[in-house]
Design a protein around this ligand. Structure first.
Ligand code: ARG
Length: 235
């Protein structure tokens, strides 16, 4: 319980990449909105800090954090990734997710990752776990080209247009794209991984990690977390 007026509160800059609905997206006025934004806002309300959002490329988020241009990354970022753990510190997990192969709804040949062939192009977003998988497939000679793009919106557009045979992306996000354009995209096969989303802060910023973890715990206990998840997944 802080008595400070809102203008005295610390304002943390929160970076994201907003082509990742329902976690990170934009409204009709191009404001950054989403489950991640509402969660970190609620955590801030609980812990007495304010937030403001910055739109960056996904692969620019960790560099921006390290440079001190932002204080927190809220971007559906997998905290289990060992390379990332060397560079930043993560909060407790706030969401469990999985990578899946997505193809066009009318595709009858690709039923799993095993059905991708050396003549195919497969897309993913730059700097993501999906992009690492696509690059692995390319390095193993299983596909022709790893098409690494800035936005998931572009990845999905290229899939629908037939420019790529598949996209590898997080399941809840691909589901959000399927909702926007029904009967165009489907997911096939088994999950390619399991991941845990965490909020990232500068390495060594134990104080901020603790605030985020405490706030997260409280909003889980008081029902705010469930309410926000429900809201964003039923839009
Ligand atoms: N979960 C994946 C990862 O950690 C993708 C995250 C993409 N997030 C975004 N806001 N575009 O690499």
């Amino acid at each position: 319980g802080s008595d400070k007026s809102s203008s005295d509160k610390t304002v943390y800059k929160v970076g994201t990449e907003p082509t990742f609905p329902p976690f990170d997206t934009t409204d009709e006025d191009q404001n950054i909105v989403g489950l991640d934004m509402d969660l970190i806002k609620a955590i801030g309300e609980d812990q007495g800090f304010d937030v403001e959002f910055e739109n960056l490329s996904f692969d620019g988020l960790i560099p921006a954090l390290k440079a001190g241009n932002i204080d927190i990354v809220a971007a559906g970022m997998n905290k289990d990734d060992e390379d990332r753990q060397k560079e930043v510190d993560f909060s407790d997990s706030y969401y469990e997710s999985k990578l899946f192969v997505a193809v066009t709804e009318d595709n009858t040949t690709i039923k799993s990752v095993e059905d991708l062939t050396p003549d195919m192009k497969v897309a993913a977003q730059t700097g993501t776990t999906g992009a690492s998988k696509v690059q692995e497939l390319k390095d193993a000679g299983k596909i022709k080209e790893a098409v690494i793009l800035d936005g998931l919106d572009t990845c999905m557009m290229k899939l629908i247009n037939g420019d790529v045979s598949a996209v590898i992306n997080d399941k809840p996000v691909t589901e959000a794209y399927i909702k926007k354009q029904p009967d165009k995209i489907k997911m096939v096969g088994e999950a390619l991984n399991a991941e845990n989303y965490g909020f990232a802060v500068q390495k060594g910023n134990a104080e901020l990690v603790e605030k985020i973890n405490n706030g997260l715990k409280h909003i889980k206990e008081n029902g705010t977390y469930d309410k926000l998840v429900d809201e964003w997944f039923n839009k």
